[in-house]
Design a protein around this ligand. Structure first.
Ligand code: ADP
Ligand code: ADP
Ligand code: ZN
Length: 216
């Protein structure tokens, strides 16, 4: 199974991906998470990327395609994977097609999570992330048992710089102009499914699983 999870920032891509990778035993490939990890390790790539990320801008296609290519070449990714937050531009979608055809492979499903802007803003501003394991919480919709502490690993929760309101607005406008056109790119291939993301975590997950059953 090779799944791509799409949607505006805050749609619930990461939350749903965390469940999917466990249930279907997939390698999770999140470009945002890879950039944040690289930054924490003090690597040049991470430092370069974080300058764009903090402002809510996209990292260049060249850098992004390169880290995905390297990741897809690792043995665990050759069979089953879930791409979360990649591709984000039509140029990246085309590059991914080339990588997949080189692997003699193609996408099983493109899950597009649809959420209105007012809900997105509320989700982004309340999002908190574990510094240690990357697990995601929400102050109102998914609070941790103990304030500022990760239920999974005891790590410290923080608010991403790019989840502050100015940066979020910039990310939403970039989503509209650069990322949304990808939906048309995948239309007509018989793999694209729109999922209503304005439901509870469990209801969204149920709809995704149903869509995957229909496609496989
Ligand atoms: P979110 O979960 O809110 O959609 P991500 O964690 O996926 O955010 O990504 C955080 C940031 O990392 C993005 O706003 C962007 O700056 C950068 N980034 C992640 N994936 C890509 C990509 N495929 N192309 C360019 N930049 C990316
Ligand atoms: P993305 O990866 O698309 O940016 P996340 O999965 O990180 O989105 O979700 C953004 C925020 O919204 C997180 O704080 C998450 O806990 C919360 N969230 C995600 N899905 C739902 C949902 N169905 N109902 C309420 N809150 C949600
Ligand atoms: Zn944690």
């Amino acid at each position: 199974m090779k799944i791509l999870v799409m949607g505006p920032p805050g749609a619930g891509k990461g939350s749903q991906s965390q469940k999917l990778i466990q249930d279907y035993d997939l390698s999770h490939i999140s470009t945002g998470e890879m950039f944040r990890k690289s930054y924490e390790r003090g690597e040049d790539l991470g430092k370069k990327a974080m300058a764009f990320i903090n402002e809510g801008n996209l990292v260049s296609d060249k850098i992004t395609n390169e880290i995905v290519r390297k990741r897809l070449m690792k043995p665990d990714a050759s069979r089953c994977f879930l791409l979360d937050g990649y591709p984000r531009t039509v140029t990246q979608a085309k590059a991914l097609d080339v990588m997949l055809s080189e692997m003699n492979s193609k996408l099983t499903a493109v899950i597009n999570i649809v959420v209105d802007t007012d809900i997105i803003l509320e989700r982004m501003v309340g999002r908190r992330v574990c510094k240690a394991c990357g697990h995601t919480y929400h102050l109102k919709f998914k609070p941790p048992q103990k304030q500022d502490v990760c239920d999974q690993c005891g790590g410290e929760l923080y608010q991403r710089k790019d989840d502050q309101i100015d940066s979020v607005r910039n990310r939403l406008s970039i989503y509209e102009s650069k990322t949304k056109p990808i939906i048309d790119y995948y239309k007509g291939r018989g793999v694209l499914v729109n999922i209503n993301g304005m439901q509870s975590f469990d209801a969204v997950y149920r709809d995704i699983k149903k869509a995957l059953r229909d496609l496989t």
